[in-house]
Ligand binder design. Structure first.
Ligand SMILES: Nc1ncnc2[nH]cnc12
Ligand SMILES: [Zn+2]
Length: 357
């Protein structure tokens, strides 16, 4: 990272807002990476019901429609309650495989060439599902997605921040025999009241183990949580981070370090971080020189996969045009945990896509 912003491979005045009909096609077709997707949040209601039937799990909803009707969230916690209930149908390795393959097919259709998937082992181990079952199912899906769809991927193991640091250490111990299957660790679940520093020791241990580090911060929590994710946990990416804009000194630091922020616009509107998409700060973040990326977070719950996030955000924010589309896709490659050579190949493909503009 810390690379200077390079010249655009096209004339940005040719595909700006004035050429709006061209913009959705440009967004849909550009190669991109997704860096903030909770794989359990890709579980569509239809698959939840199919897995419930397969596994003999009784759901507290009568139908797919009744479940979908419950997706009216007032904040992060109101979403998490339903998200954990949905995940209760995942019991066997094949369930994790099917869930991840459904996501990879959607991602490939959105021209996602690389995805870094969060998974929440504690959501499953607490129900008696071994971490081995979770990781083996996801790992098999990764290999199939690479072979059949040409989508590369990594796994990031997330600790649930509403649980204790001791529980996070236990989860790490359980997962370490499968270390080759995950590239890093993250921190998710209820943010308010659970600051990053609660997990200082377990992140320090993960760092010693050579794991890559990310954390949700500044989604609902204050800018102070972003500072401590950087300074205490020493993360390499901030997940969400939208509330950073409330703190000019923090913005200056994030920009100077080109610290990636994995922004999730549809999620932010559904969870009422912003009242409307027109109020979203994505354009302001790019304007401030931040290394922002666009992501879907929990696409089955928030109204769309990655391209839907791009399309709705660009429709709502007049400051976003072709130059910002290019920058966001480029940021997604730069911010990924892929090798420098791989990043260069993706950036070349991106340049080729925009060269025809
Ligand atoms: N948006 C989000 N924030 C925190 N934890 C999550 N787990 C799944 N989605 C999440
Ligand atoms: Zn998230």
């Amino acid at each position: 990272m810390n690379r200077p912003t390079r010249a655009l491979p096209f004339d940005p005045t040719r595909v700006g807002r004035e050429a709006l009909p061209a913009l959705p096609a440009l967004l849909r077709g550009m190669p991109k990476a997704e860096l903030h997707i909770h794989i359990e949040g890709s579980l569509e209601p239809e698959l939840i019901f199919a897995l419930a039937g397969r596994n003999g799990v009784t759901l507290p909803y009568a139908s797919v429609d009744a479940l979908r009707a419950a997706y009216a969230f007032t904040d992060l916690q109101s979403f998490l309650d339903i998200y954990y209930a949905g995940a209760s149908v995942l019991l066997e390795e094949a369930d994790f495989f099917d869930m991840a393959m459904a996501y990879f097919r959607r991602a490939a259709a959105d021209r996602v060439v690389h995805a870094e998937l969060f998974f929440d082992p504690q959501t499953h181990t607490e129900r008696g599902v071994p971490v081995e079952t979770v990781i083996r199912g996801l790992a098999r899906a990764r290999a199939t997605a690479q072979q059949e769809l040409g989508v590369s991927s990594e796994l990031i193991l997330c600790f649930l921040r509403h649980l204790s640091e001791d529980a996070a250490f236990q989860t790490l111990e359980q997962a370490l025999p499968y270390r080759e299957h995950f590239i890093g660790v993250g921190l998710d679940s209820s943010e308010r009241g659970h600051p990053p520093e609660k997990f200082a020791r377990v992140f320090a241990r993960c760092r010693e183990l050579g794991l890559r580090l990310v954390a949700h911060a500044g989604e609902e929590g204050p800018p102070a949580y972003v500072w401590s994710a950087l300074d205490v946990l020493k993360v390499e990416r901030i997940d969400h981070g939208v509330r950073s804009l409330e703190d000019p000194a923090l913005v200056a630091r994030l920009a100077a370090e080109r610290m990636p922020l994995t922004v999730c616009p549809l999620s932010n509107v559904k969870l009422r971080v912003f009242d409307t998409m027109a109020q979203h700060s994505l354009a302001a973040m790019l304007d401030a020189g931040l290394c922002a990326t666009v992501n879907s977070d929990d696409p089955a719950y928030f109204g769309g996969y990655l391209n839907q996030n791009f399309i709705e955000t660009f429709e709502a924010l007049p400051a976003l045009g072709a130059a910002q589309a290019y920058r966001l896709a480029r940021n997604s490659f730069e911010a990924s945990f892929a090798s420098a050579a791989q990043k260069q190949r993706w950036c070349d493909a991106l340049d080729a896509h925009f060269a025809g503009v």
